[in-house]
Write a protein that binds this ligand. Structure first.
Ligand code: BES
Ligand code: MN
Ligand code: ZN
Length: 312
């Protein structure tokens, strides 16, 4: 499922299409409750950061929420997955180069892996509660598009100076990460094709892992090697946080040319203080280029095995 969704072209796989896939899955299983928030509902929630990404597109952004209830224990807190669902990433006004831009249809592979994982979870009937949230948008340049220098207010209340509209994944994820606070999660794992720097660092074999809770990181590393779906940790050190300083907002959306995978995770960490959180940057591992061009379905096996090992 994750590979098929990943391979679909962006003229078919839009944010609305992803929402329809989730709703369809929900209608087949009593253990699932699916909701797809539209832009009006997200505006009410104050998701100015997420909405800024899809503003240049005719395709409406969506926040897709899939709740799986497998635990019979009263009040059992859920494990939460969050997926980046950029159905096409042109870069926006900070436009990407033309060569290879077709591959940015894969920029929803985080979302695809989360939907793939939920398919497996319902079939396995895991005895825990899980919430999957997908932040879906299309990143396009237009006369309505967000411009470099624009300042937006996230759902958390923190203001963001958007210095580069191509660093859009973190902008949709931060509002989704604030949204999931309401579920009082046991853990939150976000999955995202977030940085070219992760490809430069790890190639196509290893996903980048950053976390604010070392036991969670260690568990994911162990399961990754067990499942042949390797992830390896980078430091989420305080020392990198100042790279995101802005003169005009609480935080900038880029940290400069160095340590790109780490500064992207530092950005997300400003929105994940209330729970144990791990971030998987799958920019290198979610698809292959060249003659084997296509989605890999990673890291579904890592996520499914992680959930399979958890207790209600
Ligand atoms: N979707 C891309 C990340 C990406 C780039 C994945 C190349 C695979 C290959 C992401 O939205 C992006 O454009 N990131 C920028 C961030 C930069 C502007 C700080 C990047 O990595 O170049
Ligand atoms: Mn981008
Ligand atoms: Zn992107």
């Amino acid at each position: 499922v994750a590979r098929e969704l990943g391979n679909l072209p962006a003229n078919i796989c839009t944010p609305t299409y992803l929402a329809e896939q989730a709703v369809q899955l929900g209608s087949k299983h009593k253990s699932l409750k699916v909701q797809a928030l539209n832009e009006k509902q997200m505006l009410k929630l104050g998701m100015g950061s997420l909405l800024s990404v899809g503003h240049g597109s005719l395709q409406e952004s969506r926040l897709i929420v899939i709740e799986y209830k497998g635990s019979s224990k009263a009040g059992s807190k859920p494990y939460v997955l969050v997926g980046k669902g950029i159905t096409f990433d042109t870069g926006g006004i900070s436009l990407k180069p033309g060569a290879g831009m077709d591959e940015m249809k894969f920029d929803m592979c985080g979302a695809a892996s989360v939907i793939g994982t939920m398919n497996a979870v319902v079939e396995l009937q895991l005895p825990i509660n899980i919430v999957a949230v997908i932040a879906a948008a299309e990143n396009m340049p237009s006369d309505r598009a967000t411009k470099p220098g624009d300042v937006v207010t996230s759902m958390s209340g923190q203001t963001i100076e958007i210095l580069n509209t191509d660093a859009e994944g973190r902008l949709v994820l931060c509002d989704a990460l604030t949204y999931v606070e309401r579920f009082h999660p046991k853990t939150v794992i976000d999955v995202a094709t977030l940085t070219g720097a992760a490809v430069a660092t790890f190639g196509d074999y290893t996903s980048a892992l950053l976390s604010n809770h070392d036991p969670l990181a260690r568990e994911l590393i162990e399961i990754g090697s067990h499942m042949l779906d390797q992830a390896w940790q980078l430091p989420l050190a305080e020392e990198y946080q100042s790279l995101l300083d802005s003169n005009f907002a609480d935080i900038a959306n880029i940290g400069g040319p160095r340590a790109g995978t780490i500064t992207a995770a530092c950005f997300l960490s400003r929105f994940t203080k209330k729970y144990h959180w791990a971030h998987l940057d799958i920019a290198g591992t979610a698809w292959l280029s060249g003659a084997q061009k296509g989605a890999t379905g990673r890291p579904v096996s890592l996520l499914v095995e992680y959930l399979r090992r958890q207790k209600a």
